[in-house]
Write a protein of this length. Structure first.
Length: 540
């Protein structure tokens, strides 16, 4: 264990090669000033969602408050204001909202969203089923209650994806703990967990007119205390597969799940064991990256203790986390770190993918976890990840959960918003517990940003579509995903860093097997909109 401590300290010392903080915490100065009242002993909430509610080009933010109020923050030229009541979202008062994800489910041109709420579990909760919030022409949201098709259970996260390729996005809801008891040793001391779990739910979109619950029919109900989900095309066959992370796997023996979509057959096949994705762990969040520009996605899986970084190679997942130095197992000695959102982004737009990991303590019997567990920033430089946590400006030690990456102030670099749950230990220590906005303060290079729009049989939000950035002999793939990190969803815009270059060599856009477009020499510093008919427009 001494060796691990030394390695961790050496990694942190690498950060001192950077002479100044890379990010500055600015939440209050940009209007994100909500303070949680009281304490949250139920530990619900912490998810974040990026959504442009009024199509003005300034991306807004939804904060899932758990037992406290959830907030819609309207972005007005880089400053936020509380627009919850204005958009009639006070209808959700009393809901314990854990996460939210957005998509245009009826293809009317405005982004809607669904909330995953702590309806019932541990004998507690708000006793409500999840709700879809329909965006009415950017002016307000109207609730679509799902009580007739979903019971009030413990929904921890959600994701969108058009799994049957009918042009309308479907919803998958991760369902969490129903009851919890302890495992005792021979001396009667509790040494572990014995949870019972609710089954997950799949809502199939009926052409924007309603939803039908079909998890059993599709074979993805599971029931392993789901805590994070992601629809993604793992096998590159132009349909969306499903990655599901289960908590308490060490105790339930229900590890993570990889379900492969058998489209056009309306079913999934569980390939978890065959693909080596069945780790029995404390699954927390999923993040995507093509960090090595090999034209395929890797997936960062967070945990209490050792994280995983999976590359799909020769029909199975291979873990690269230890090799790349981003497994992040311990804060010190044998005390485990607790990772939630692992998100890749190019903080300085040099063409490499860097990694932000939100960290947050939980009260556990096992394994022992650190209270002071700072968020981490790994910068990919000269072919390897370097831990720059101490000098990054993001190393907050509160109980962070959901996080999102987007350019909230449209100044040409990517910022981090990271949310917390309010825990008693931090209150006793006098720590201010609120959402944190880490503004990017580096002199970033050039970039190209792409916003995709579905048409003609492809969902309007373009979830599941891909682009491949070709530049200087490399190709880097990005996918518009319907969820990211822990109970969250960042921007749907896809960014590529160009450094000092003035143009992107080539962009390949893939909406499906028969809908592909190529664009060359796109100008740096621009955000482009590209639709599924091949039309391209410079937005700003």
């Amino acid at each position: 264990m001494q060796k691990i401590s030394v390695i961790f300290l050496l990694n942190l010392l690498v950060g001192f090669s950077f002479s100044q903080k890379l990010f500055t915490e600015v939440s209050d100065s940009i209007g994100l000033d909500y303070r949680y009242p009281g304490n949250d002993n139920q530990l619900a909430g912490g998810g974040l969602m990026v959504i442009d509610v009024n199509n003005d080009g300034w991306e807004d933010l939804y904060q899932s408050g758990g037992v406290f109020d959830s907030k819609l923050w309207l972005n007005e030229n880089g400053l936020f204001r509380d627009a919850t009541i204005e958009y009639k979202l006070d209808v959700l008062e009393g809901y314990f909202i854990q996460g939210a994800v957005s998509a245009d489910y009826d293809n009317d041109g405005y982004e809607d969203f669904v909330v995953a709420n702590f309806g019932k579990g541990f004998g507690q909760g708000d006793k409500h089923a999840p709700v879809i919030l329909h965006n009415v022409k950017g002016d307000y949201f109207e609730p679509i209650y799902l009580d007739s098709i979903l019971p009030a259970e413990n929904y921890a996260a959600a994701c969108w994806g058009d799994i049957n390729n009918d042009g309308y996005v479907d919803i998958y809801l991760a369902n969490y703990v129903k009851t919890m008891s302890g495992v005792q040793n021979d001396q009667g001391r509790e040494v572990g967990y014995k949870p019972s779990c609710y089954e997950n739910k799949l809502l199939i979109n009926e052409e924007g007119k309603g939803f039908k619950e079909m998890s059993a029919s599709y074979g993805i109900g599971d029931g392993g205390c789901g805590l994070a989900v992601s629809f993604t095309d793992i096998d590159n066959d132009h349909d969306l597969d499903l990655l599901l992370l289960n908590d308490f796997g060490e105790w339930t023996k229900k590890g993570n799940r990889c379900f492969i979509n058998e489209y056009p057959d309306p079913t999934f096949t569980d390939m978890s064991m065959k693909y080596a994705f069945d780790q029995e762990m404390y699954g927390m969040g999923v993040g995507q990256s093509d960090y090595n520009s090999d034209g395929k996605l890797e997936y960062y899986i967070t945990n209490i203790g050792e994280n995983y970084f999976f590359s799909f190679e020769n029909g199975r997942f291979v873990d690269l986390a230890g090799k790349e130095g981003i497994d992040n197992p311990y804060v010190y000695d044998c005390v485990a770190g607790t990772s939630w959102s692992g998100l890749f982004f190019d903080y300085e737009f040099d063409g490499d993918q860097d990694l932000y990991v939100s960290q947050g303590n939980v009260t556990t019997l096992v394994p022992p976890t650190a209270i002071s567990d700072p968020n981490r920033l790994f910068i990919f430089d000269e072919g390897c990840f370097k831990d720059t946590t101490l000098t990054s400006g993001v190393s907050d030690v509160l109980s962070h959960r959901g996080a999102v990456i987007f350019d909230y102030d449209r100044d040409g670099d990517l910022d981090i918003i990271s949310s917390v749950v309010k825990l008693p230990w931090a209150a006793y220590a006098g720590k201010e517990q609120k959402i944190k906005a880490f503004r990017n303060d580096v002199d970033a290079g050039n970039y190209v940003a792409i916003r995709l729009e579905g048409k003609g049989g492809f969902n309007r939000s373009a979830i599941g579509a891909r682009v491949v950035f070709h530049h200087k002999g490399k190709k880097n793939v990005r996918e518009v995903d319907g969820a990211s990190g822990h109970a969250s969803q960042g921007t749907k815009k896809l960014y590529f860093g160009l450094g000092s270059d003035k143009q992107l060599d080539k962009l390949e856009v893939i909406f499906g097997p028969n809908t592909m477009f190529v664009f060359e020499n796109l100008t740096a510093g621009k955000t482009y909109s590209i639709d599924a008919e091949g039309n391209i427009e410079e937005l700003y």
